[in-house]
Design a protein around this ligand. Structure first.
Ligand code: TYM
Length: 340
């Protein structure tokens, strides 16, 4: 039976190694839950990854590892299109058009560029600066209506909406590009470092103890949760008090995200206690949920041929849709096509 799904989802993850539970809770878990109701495209954004230096061999391996993580987490390549970004050239082609639509002032406001370029802006790649235009192209080349992401991508999504609107207006083609909606969960869209509740959990943090990787074995998870920072108090009973203890709040968000138990219920369960029971129960939940995923990623990484097959199939399906958009865009902007 061929059901008709009206809305389209696109999202992506960079193959920059060290995928962690922040990526899982903030993004991938949502991908999995959306695939029955939407036309889904999930890409591995290798073009984005090279905006900072990459080792080519490791980049190839990390690309397969994201594919394995998608599938191990529950993305079904029969339902969703899974592919790597560079294999569909329409992404780069549309990104160039958007380079000519986006205003410098818009890009100058992007906080992620400021964070990633740091103090040495002069030495950052120009790709890092125009990174959000490529992201807009990823989304709009499939005319995606919904984009599940973590909170750190919110500003890029707002820019994508501005680009879509400006393109439609500049070229007098109302509704050509949809205005995509970000799908961002309240509590789990910004999982913080286990060592510092003021810092986002990140692939690039030098400390392994700041994050739980999707490849961590159970004993590593237990060790990291044991070492995770909490507070010199007992578990408070009011949410307002908890919000002031960012590390405790973060662990509660992780607990709620993995267990599906509401945060308020968890607070009621652990209030007035020191954090040892809480941490031990949190480890149990994490181990129970992560163990099968970690094992499956490792198993899939032993069968690279299978992963490459999935990416190839995804590339073909993605190309079909993306090529149609790029043909229309070229016509709209006035490029002469040498068609017979
Ligand atoms: P990336 O690879 O940094 O992260 C992948 C996804 O994980 C989310 N995320 C988090 N969520 C919660 N807590 C965290 N600590 C955390 N860290 C990361 C990110 O928000 C993201 O959803 N630019 C994007 C990739 C991209 C993309 C796209 C996304 C390229 N094109 C088009 C959506 C649509 C990025 O660098 O994600």
């Amino acid at each position: 039976m061929n059901e008709i799904k009206k809305n389209t989802v696109l999202s992506g993850v960079q193959p920059s190694g060290n995928l962690h539970i922040g990526n899982y809770l903030g993004a991938i878990k949502n991908f999995v839950s959306m695939q029955s109701d939407y036309n889904c495209f999930f890409c591995i954004v290798d073009l984005h990854a090279i905006t900072v230096k990459q080792d080519p061999k490791i980049l190839k391996r990390n690309t397969l590892e994201v594919a394995a993580s998608y599938i191990a987490s529950g993305i079904d390549p029969k339902k969703s299109v899974v592919f790597n970004q560079s294999s569909v050239s329409a992404h780069s082609e549309l990104a160039w058009i958007f380079n000519c639509v986006t205003r410098m002032g818009w890009l100058n406001r992007m906080t992620q560029f400021k964070d990633k370029a740091g103090k040495d802006k002069e030495n950052a790649s120009s790709g890092l600066f125009i990174y959000p235009n490529l992201m807009a192209a990823d989304i709009l080349v499939y005319k995606a209506t919904h984009v599940p992401v973590g909170n750190d991508q919110k500003q890029h999504l707002e820019l994508t909406r501005d680009i879509a609107q400006k393109f439609n207006r500049d070229f007098n083609c109302e509704n050509f590009f949809p205005i995509p909606e970000p799908i961002i969960d309240k509590d789990i869209s910004r999982i913080m470092s286990l060592k510092d509740g003021g810092q986002k959990m990140s692939k690039s943090d030098l400390s392994e103890y700041s994050r739980i990787s999707l490849l961590d074995e159970s004993d590593e998870i237990i060790k990291k949760i044991k070492k995770a920072k909490t507070a010199d108090t007992v578990m408070p009973e009011k949410i307002e008090q908890i919000l002031k203890l960012s590390e405790v709040n973060n662990l509660l968000n992780i607990y709620a995200g993995f267990s599906g138990i509401e945060k308020e219920k968890l607070i009621a369960q652990y209030k007035g206690q020191n954090f040892s029971n809480f941490k031990s129960d949190l480890s149990d939940i994490l181990v129970e949920q992560m163990k099968p995923i970690t094992a499956e990623i490792k198993k899939l990484m032993q069968d690279k041929g299978y992963l490459i097959e999935i990416l190839l199939e995804g590339q073909n399906k993605a190309n079909e849709v993306a090529q149609k958009t790029i043909n229309d865009v070229y016509d709209i902007v006035g490029f002469l096509r040498n068609e017979t």
